[in-house]
Every structure is written in C-alpha cells, then in structure tokens.
Design a protein around this ligand. Structure first.
Ligand code: FMN
Length: 176
C-alpha cells in the first residue's frame, strides 16, 4: 500500500541525487556553479548533460563558450558546494571565495577545478529546453582522474531535496 504525496515531496524519495561543481569560462571570465541536474546520455558518442536555469551567470558563460567541465566533489568540498550554490558569479569570484584553484583543461578552454578528484571536459553539441532549465548536452572530450582516486573512500557526494542534506555514496554490497 502506497500513500500519494505532493509531487515535489515524492520526488525527494528517489535515490539520492548527485551533486557536482560545474566550471565554466569565457575569455577572461570564469565561474563555478553547484548543480544537481546531471545525466549520462550516450556511451558512443560519449554524451552527458547538465540542466542550467537561464537566470544563472553560468548559463551565459556556457552559451558564450560552448564548453563546461563537470567536477566530481568529495566531502572536503562541502563548503565549496555550499558557496557555489548560493552566490552568483555575477557578484563574486567563486574560485577565490570557495578557495578553489583553476587548472588548465586538456581539451577545453574552460578551467577545471584542481581540488576535484575527477574532471570531465565537455563541448556543447545540443541544447534542449525543459521547463525551467535548459539541458546542455555535451560531448566528453577528456576525463581526468586524480592519482589514487578510489570509490572505497566514499568520494562521490550526493544530495536529496531542498532540506540541505548531503550524503556520501554507500558501501559496496555486491559484485556486478
Ligand atoms: C545542491 C544544489 C544543486 C543545484 N542544482 C542546480 C542545477 O542543477 N541547475 C541550476 O541551474 N542551478 C542549480 N543550483 C542553484 C545554483 O547553484 C545557484 O543558483 C548558483 O548561485 C548560481 O550561480 P551562478 O549565477 O554563478 O551561475 C543548485 C544549488 C544547490 C545548492
């Protein structure tokens, strides 16, 4: 027997959602935004997507540059996730505010985040409008993983709902 919940509340019952730091840049401008809307769209070609509201400063930078970098976050980046999800790059330099270091990408001009264990460099190949967000579908041009990166340490960080709860990925339970 299941009880009906208001849709927004019901959606919070889905398995925890991922959180990433998305870095962008155009000419001399650079920025970071916390995102939850991330999806893996295709293996061949390798396509991922990020959902960005048009009101975000990051939206303008992705439109102008046609690039973005998806950076995985770990527990040490909690404060950066908060700062980059609250402040707008229109008002502040979030690299400075969140004490993060821009690092040159391999294939894109957008900066990567040095402190992130995994950075995925993407070139926008398609835009899809969905309600209050635009999905920028990106072809993955390069991925970089920090030496010693391991899932065992519970690196990937997840969030659920708007209550401000963050979770780490759980323990390994079975072999594929
Ligand atoms: C956990 C979390 C997830 C978020 N997910 C998204 C998202 O997927 N897309 C989006 O446009 N904004 C998302 N936001 C809101 C932006 O991070 C926030 O509005 C930010 O200040 C925008 O920065 P900008 O104007 O510098 O681009 C999220 C915020 C938090 C805290």
């Amino acid at each position: 027997m299941k009880n009906e919940l208001p849709v927004s509340e019901g959606l919070r019952q889905l398995p925890v959602r991922p959180v990433y730091l998305l870095s962008t840049g155009h000419k001399r401008k650079k920025n970071i935004i916390t995102i939850g809307m991330f999806a893996y769209f295709s293996g061949k070609p390798s396509l991922v997507g990020v959902g960005i509201a048009p009101s975000r400063y990051s939206f303008d930078l992705i439109r102008q540059s046609g690039e973005y970098v998806v950076n995985v976050v770990d527990e040490k980046l909690t404060e950066a996730v908060r700062v980059c999800g609250e402040k707008s790059g229109r008002d502040v330099d979030k690299f400075k505010l969140a004490k993060l270091t821009p690092e040159k990408g391999v294939k894109v001009k957008a900066p990567c985040i040095k402190e992130s264990p995994v950075s995925v460099e993407c070139k926008v190949v398609k835009e899809v409008e969905t309600g209050d967000h635009v999905w920028f579908i990106g072809e993955v041009l390069a991925t970089r993983v920090r030496k010693g990166h391991s899932w065992d340490k519970g690196l990937l960080f997840k969030w659920i709902g708007k209550d401000g709860f963050y979770y780490k990925v759980g323990e390994q339970v079975s072999k594929y």
